[in-house]
Design a protein around this ligand. Structure first.
Ligand code: KG4
Ligand code: ZN
Length: 374
């Protein structure tokens, strides 16, 4: 990535960064400050969801998302700065998601960031959205490197070894759907509403998780990859064969959620073994991040898994699991603190794997003109 040379970012002391997020269906902006001792203060975090716009379609429609971002960005950014209590002139850097994500939305957010960076004469930091999720627990607690990371969102499901800022090694990845996608599609099949994850979770509370036999893809495999496509198909078949009553929906939702939790816990356990081969024995840290990390049953399962394997579970609070701009401001701030920032020519990237080497040599979920997916 091109690095700008004409702006010198502050190298020490307090850093204040404006973050902008627009890669999927949340338009978000946030102001984050780090003092000279490294203590973080979140001055504002505004998230405007587009759920209402996408609900009639049962999923995110890229064109509608891009248009909604364009309409909302200016006011959301202004609200984030105004409520933070600082002036625009006190911002040291503008960080924006530059990918991966839906390209129209990413371009809209990045353009806004470029405009602000130019008019304020401040550095621009092009942030990888996945790095935002990866660092998100550091917003609220001292989560030191290294750690094992399970990143589970609507677009990605990956297990990564995180050694330091920018150093990510992929241990496993989905070979088809992301975990969040499986939740969303399950909800869509049964007409439970959008977004699917929270709906399936709510219905699952009323159902029996043992009611419907569902597969546990890749169970016992030596690698740490996931697969959710078969599970999704099995859910569709089970629903077709059911009486479609509320009780049936609840049982399917509960059984599906149990299957996803089983798969994620079992695959994570395998990754823990692989991670230990790298970092050795003794207590380690395990981070779960991304929208699906909001799921209560999954959190409980992962907590149990960590206790049995001498890992400490670190999970961001629910408001920082889903897409938000505080995590983008944090990733930008951490990059800016090392002196990194980018030129105006920096481009939006629909695909941008955290571990680019693994993705190039062994694209887990396919590759195309735009490059490896993950
Ligand atoms: O991280 P995120 O906000 O956006 C992406 O980067 O994709 O994740 C959104 C995903 C959606 O698929 C949504 O259904 C899922 O996270 N999700 C959940 C829950 N809350 C959100 N999945 C399961 N249980 C939840 N409580
Ligand atoms: Zn995300």
């Amino acid at each position: 990535m091109d690095v700008a040379t004409n702006i010198t970012p502050p190298q020490d002391g307090t850093l204040t960064v404006l973050g902008i997020e627009s890669s999927c269906d949340e338009t978000a902006a946030s102001v984050l400050r780090r003092d000279e001792n490294g203590a973080l203060e979140l001055l504002s975090s505004i998230v405007a969801s587009q759920d209402k716009e996408h609900r009639p379609f049962g999923g995110v429609v890229p064109e509608i998302a891009a248009r909604a971002h364009m309409l909302k960005l200016e006011s959301i950014i202004d609200k984030a700065v105004t409520t933070s209590g600082i002036e625009y002139g006190e911002i040291d850097g503008i960080a924006a998601t530059a990918g991966p994500g839906l390209i129209g939305g990413v371009i809209a957010g990045l353009m806004s960031a470029k405009g602000l960076a130019m008019s304020l004469g401040k550095p621009l930091i092009a942030v990888n959205h996945l790095e935002g999720h990866a660092l998100s627990p550091r917003l609220t607690e001292p989560c030191e490197f290294p750690y094992l990371l399970l990143l589970i969102s609507g677009g990605h499901s990956q297990l990564l070894s995180v050694t330091e800022l920018g150093a990510y090694e992929r241990l496993g990845s989905t070979v088809d759907d992301a975990a969040g996608e499986a939740f969303d599609k399950t909800a869509k099949v049964m007409g439970l509403g959008f977004p699917g994850g929270p709906q399936v979770e709510a219905w699952a509370k009323k159902g029996n998780p043992e009611a419907i036999p569902l597969p546990r893809p890749f169970k016992g495999k030596a690698h740490a990859d996931f697969s959710f496509a078969g599970l999704k198909t099995a859910v569709a078949r089970a629903y077709d064969a059911s009486d479609k009553s509320d009780a049936a929906k609840a049982d399917i939702a509960a059984s599906f959620q149990r299957a996803v939790a089983d798969v994620l816990a079992e695959r994570t356990q395998r990754a823990m073994e692989m991670y230990r081969e790298k970092v050795g024995q003794g207590p380690q840290r395990f981070v779960v991040a991304g929208g699906v990390a909001a799921n209560t049953e999954l959190r409980a399962r992962l907590k149990n898994l960590c206790e049995n394997n001498d890992f400490t579970l670190i999970a961001p609070p629910l408001k920082f699991c889903g897409d938000n701009a505080a995590m983008i401001a944090l990733a930008g701030l951490e990059r800016l603190a090392t002196g990194e920032h980018h030129g105006m020519e920096v481009a939006a990237r629909p695909r941008w794997p955290l571990d680019s080497q693994a993705a190039a040599h062994n694209p887990a979920s396919g590759s195309g003109k735009k490059g490896p997916k993950s």
